[in-house]
Design a protein around this ligand. Structure first.
Ligand code: C2E
Ligand code: MG
Ligand code: MG
Ligand code: MG
Length: 285
């Protein structure tokens, strides 16, 4: 136990606790309430086929509908959730909600694959693969409509464990994507051996492409590698038609970004998908 040099434990605690730590405690308390009181929501952002402009799928992105602060983006709370042990619960909740909603759309005739982000903490839980399979069974979502997004660092952490979790899911048809590709420090030879289906090029490279030749080289290299490995590529954060033109020229298969659509609630997604279908029908008429 910590040795007290006079004063009481409370004084010691208070003195050493800065504003940030205090804010963190408040945040964690509120986050527990958020999970319990159903304040989380899932938004969906379309991924667009660069070839024909149709929707190829969506990414599920969690939001926190905070009672006083309004809609909060995951950047403000995911890390806290990981550190205070709430990410498992939040991750399970997002997975279940996304699978339920997309399975429902599927029963209404929409064939939209959904990609769900998985954090390292979730993936390291031994029961992860079984929990995902349970969720698929219970929600009725075909496994082929689910993709899991892992960052490079998760994929690299414990290769054998990662393969153990991935294998049973892949056998059922669940897809795997490496998120934020290019920002980690992966060994290329190692990465090419992992059973991934999709590389998602980090948005920082897409953003800097036009002014930074190095960013352009990274994008070109990832695309060339994906092509050789016969993998799909998603370019994240596509905001301009110039970026899209370059990506098309370099052979990227999918694009995701504000140029097409922002992450949106399910009801808006349904409207977006309906417009998309009529666009596609018109194009093929
Ligand atoms: P990510 O998985 O790389 O998701 C892409 C992020 O880029 C999203 O931010 C999306 O809103 C944003 N984005 C999309 N298009 C554009 C664009 O054209 N320009 C710009 N500037 N940004 C764009 P978001 O929704 O704030 O999520 C941030 C990160 O939080 C995600 O990055 C992901 O790592 C994490 N995250 C989101 N939902 C979950 C979740 O359910 N579980 C876990 N573990 N992490 C999540
Ligand atoms: Mg992602
Ligand atoms: Mg990403
Ligand atoms: Mg990112």
């Amino acid at each position: 136990a910590a040795k007290r040099s006079g004063g009481n434990a409370f004084e010691f605690f208070e003195a050493s606790m800065n504003q940030t730590a205090f804010e963190r405690l408040v945040l964690e308390g509120e986050l527990r309430e958020a999970v319990r009181d159903d304040q989380l929501v899932v938004f969906y952002q379309p991924k667009i086929s660069i070839k024909d402009g149709s929707i190829a799928g969506v990414e599920a992105l969690v939001r926190w509908n905070h009672p006083t602060a309004g809609l909060l983006s995951p950047g403000t709370f995911i890390q806290a959730a990981e550190e205070c042990g709430l990410i498992g619960e939040i991750g399970d909740w997002v997975m279940r909600r996304a699978c339920t909603e997309i399975a429902d759309l599927n029963r209404r005739g929409y064939e939209l694959p959904v990609a769900v982000n998985v954090s390292a903490v979730q993936f390291e839980d031994e029961g992860f693969a079984d929990a995902v399979l349970d969720t698929l069974r219970e929600t009725g979502l075909p496994a082929s409509l689910l993709e899991l997004e892992l960052t490079e660092s998760v994929a690299m952490r414990q290769p054998e464990r990662v393969l153990e979790q991935i294998e049973p899911l892949r056998q059922r048809g669940v897809g795997f994507a490496i998120d934020d590709f290019g920002t980690g420090h992966s060994s290329l030879s190692y990465l090419t051996r992992m059973p991934f289906d999709v590389f998602k090029i980090d948005q920082s490279f897409v953003r800097d492409m036009s002014k930074d030749p190095h960013a352009r080289i990274v994008v070109e290299t990832i695309l060339a590698m994906a092509k050789a490995l016969k993998l799909q590529t998603v370019a994240e954060g596509v905001e301009t038609s110039e970026q899209l033109a370059f990506l098309r020229e370099q052979g990227a298969t999918l694009a995701q970004g504000y140029l097409f659509a922002r992450p949106m609630p399910l009801a808006d997604l349904v409207r977006y998908a309906d417009d998309d279908q009529s666009r596609t029908r018109l194009a093929s008429a």
